[in-house]
Each structure stands twice: as structure tokens, then as C-alpha cells.
Design a binder for this molecule. Structure first.
Ligand SMILES: [Mg+2]
Length: 135
């Protein structure tokens, strides 16, 4: 059964696409989150939106975070209608789409994050310590 997608040219084929398992270590925090999102997609989302759609959604969600930060912590005034917006919810929206993109591109986010942190520990060890602007 094909249902029209609200995203135009993308057609969702309901119940015809079993998701391949993802290759992550779910004993580690980010692997566990990747698996949780994958299970949710399989159970409720039918399939992942395309990478391009999710990239656009990631940008949209980052924009929602930016709006809260600019108005609540920055110099923009916060409108009454924005005051109930939950920063944690919007950050979670960013994380959710990021996890979707990781899953659908075969990225082991925990391994990538660990690698990045090692680089930051080794290469950036003195960089911020020597930054006069931070003093
Ligand atoms: Mg949002």
C-alpha cells in the first residue's frame, strides 16, 4: 500500500520495508540511543525519511533551539508565546534527527564521538588554556 508523503516526491510504502538491523554496540550510551530510535522507526515510523529530508529537519530543529537561546539567553526579547517553549524538548528533537541520520548512514555515533573526544584531548589540550579571550 502506497500512501502519499507530506514531503512531496517521497512515497512511503507502508509495511513493505523491513528495516535492516543497525551495527552498533548497544551497551554504550549512544549505541543504546541509536537502537532505541531504530526500534521506534520500525514500530511507528515505517521507515526513515530520506537523508535529505532528515538533514532539512535537523536544520529546522536547530533553528528552534536557536530561537529559544537567542530570546531567552541572548539579547532578543522573548515573546509571550515563546516563554513556554522547552529547551530540553528542542535539544531532544535535534538529537533524535541526529540519531536517525547516524542510523541510516551506518554511522556508529559512539565510536565517532569517542574518536572525536580523543582528538580533542590530544590536539586541543592547550588551545583553550592559551586563549586570552577566555581569561
Ligand atoms: Mg522541535
Amino acid at each position: 500500500m502506497t500512501v502519499p508523503s507530506p514531503y512531496g516526491w517521497i512515497q512511503k510504502t507502508k509495511n513493505s520495508m523491513a528495516l535492516d538491523p543497525i551495527n552498533v554496540n548497544n551497551d554504550l550510551p549512544l549505541g543504546k540511543l541509536q537502537e532505541e530510535v531504530h526500534e521506534w522507526i520500525a514500530a511507528h515510523g515505517v521507515r526513515y525519511f530520506s537523508e535529505l529530508t532528515n538533514m532539512a529537519q535537523l536544520t529546522e530543529e536547530v533553528g528552534e533551539v536557536a530561537r529559544i537561546i537567542a530570546r531567552r539567553y541572548g539579547e532578543q526579547s522573548e515573546k509571550e508565546s515563546d516563554k513556554s517553549k522547552d529547551l530540553g524538548e528542542e535539544l531532544s528533537d535535534v538529537l533524535f534527527v541526529l540519531l536517525c541520520l547516524s542510523n541510516q548512514t551506518g554511522t556508529d555515533l559512539q565510536a565517532a564521538f569517542d574518536k572525536k573526544m580523543n582528538v580533542k584531548r590530544e590536539c586541543d589540550h592547550d588551545r583553550h588554556q592559551n586563549n586570552e579571550k577566555l581569561k
